[in-house]
Design a protein around this ligand. Structure first.
Ligand SMILES: [Mg+2]
Length: 234
């Protein structure tokens, strides 16, 4: 089965669509969260309220198990469960998530962007590859903040998707939009149990950014690794 075989760099010749996850793949999530944590502390001190850190923590925890259980219409369930866990109204959860997960991080993204990604995007374009983006969070504003442009962007909350990775629905939509087959597609992500699994389930190649080797997965450390050499030669 092709699904069990890690993609060899030589397989790039048959790849027409290169899909990127966003968070933790295009930028350092650890660095961003440190900055956001600092801002949250300042905010908590000035408002004398821990609502924001408590909501964000609960939201992220619930996000994980809703992804694992592949809940449809995940957004409604996620907000309702977070409201219940924090005993705050759903409207308050939405406004905190919009502000602290969607908006406030945007100005920090460029600083947290991984080196080499811009050159890789340019190389992919030069070699006539289609670039897709697949994210569990809204991604258009983030791509803009990162200074990156994709041909197709699909987010879990888009109409007709409504489900998080590892469910492969979003990836299938991208593959159809690009007019390629799954075996002509690579999904580059940072989480084996989310990005890797979504790729394998749809028959695409998974490629994971990881500082450590991951058993059974093809990995890379940086965007200027030899695995991308084909796209980096000027
Ligand atoms: Mg990620």
């Amino acid at each position: 089965m092709s699904q069990a075989r890690p993609p060899a760099p030589a397989a790039w010749d048959s790849i027409g669509l290169v899909v990127f996850d966003v968070d933790g793949t295009l930028y350092s999530q650890r660095l961003l969260r440190l900055r956001m944590l600092r801002d949250m502390m300042v905010h908590a001190a000035s408002t004398r309220s821990l609502d924001v850190p408590l909501v964000i923590r609960a939201y992220r925890r619930i996000h994980e198990w809703i992804a694992e259980r592949e809940v449809s219409d995940f957004d409604t369930a996620l907000v309702a469960e977070t409201a219940e866990a924090t005993r705050l109204p759903a409207a308050k959860i939405r406004s905190i998530v919009d502000e602290w997960i969607e908006c406030r991080p945007l100005p920090y993204l460029a600083l947290c962007r991984y080196p080499g990604i811009e050159a890789l995007f340019a190389g992919l374009r030069r070699k006539a590859r289609t670039i897709g983006v697949l994210s569990d969070y809204p991604a258009v504003a983030k791509l803009d903040a990162l200074g990156l442009e994709a041909d197709h962007v699909v987010c879990a909350s888009d109409k007709g998707i409504g489900i998080l990775k590892p469910n492969p629905r979003g990836l299938k939509v991208l593959i159809d939009a690009a007019g390629v087959t799954p075996s002509e597609t690579v999904l580059i992500g940072d989480r084996a149990e989310r990005d890797g699994a979504a790729a394998r389930r749809s028959g695409a190649w998974p490629l994971l950014r990881s500082a450590e080797p991951l058993d059974g997965w093809q990995t890379f450390v940086r965007f200027d690794d030899p695995i991308f050499a084909k796209f980096l030669d000027a």
